[in-house]
Design a protein around this ligand. Structure first.
Ligand code: SF4
Ligand code: SF4
Length: 156
């Protein structure tokens, strides 16, 4: 069994001044990187509101909802106005979720074990750690990618 990252999403989202962002290329967004925090938040934390006020609040139509109700953000359109963050009635989208590479924050492209270790070393073990385990929904542990596990209690 290969090594994986296990991320406690709520703790990572609330981490004060995240020192480093883990990123990878999301399917359909081959030309840009998405942060783990953003992808996991939309996938697991977002309540997938039927009317999605965040989508309607966006002045540049950067947000869209897929057939499963998962929101995604077109980075090339987003002007980081934070309207979606403000309007979300559940506080799903935290203030610095869409930080740009120019924010001075370090970005690590999580492509292999070396990158995972580099990323994990910036956080306490109860936030991010390297593990050898599989997805386990009973413990609220879900696969974001084949190398990244997220612990979060998804909204049902
Ligand atoms: S922060 Fe980006 S995605 Fe959100 S409303 Fe503003 S432009 Fe749209
Ligand atoms: S408003 Fe918030 S909870 Fe609702 S779909 Fe948008 S991000 Fe998700």
């Amino acid at each position: 069994m290969g090594k994986k990252l296990l991320i406690e999403l709520m703790k990572l989202r609330d981490y004060e001044k995240v020192p480093v962002e883990g990123v990878f290329k999301q399917q359909g967004y081959e030309h840009s990187f998405k942060t783990i925090r953003e992808l996991a938040t939309f996938q697991f934390t977002c309540r997938k509101c039927e009317k999605a006020p965040c989508v309607h609040a966006c002045p540049v139509e950067a947000l869209k909802k897929d057939e499963q109700g998962v929101i995604s953000r077109a980075m090339y359109k987003c002007i980081r106005c934070k309207s979606c963050i403000v309007i979300c009635p559940f506080g799903t989208l935290v203030d610095d979720l869409f930080a740009a590479k120019t924010s001075g924050r370090k970005f690590v492209n999580l492509t292999g074990e070396k990158d995972m270790l580099e990323f994990a070393k910036h956080f306490p073990e109860d936030v991010v750690r390297v593990v050898e385990m599989e997805e386990n929904p009973e413990q609220h542990i879900y696969e974001l990618t084949h190398q990244i596990l997220i612990r979060e209690q998804p909204w049902k």
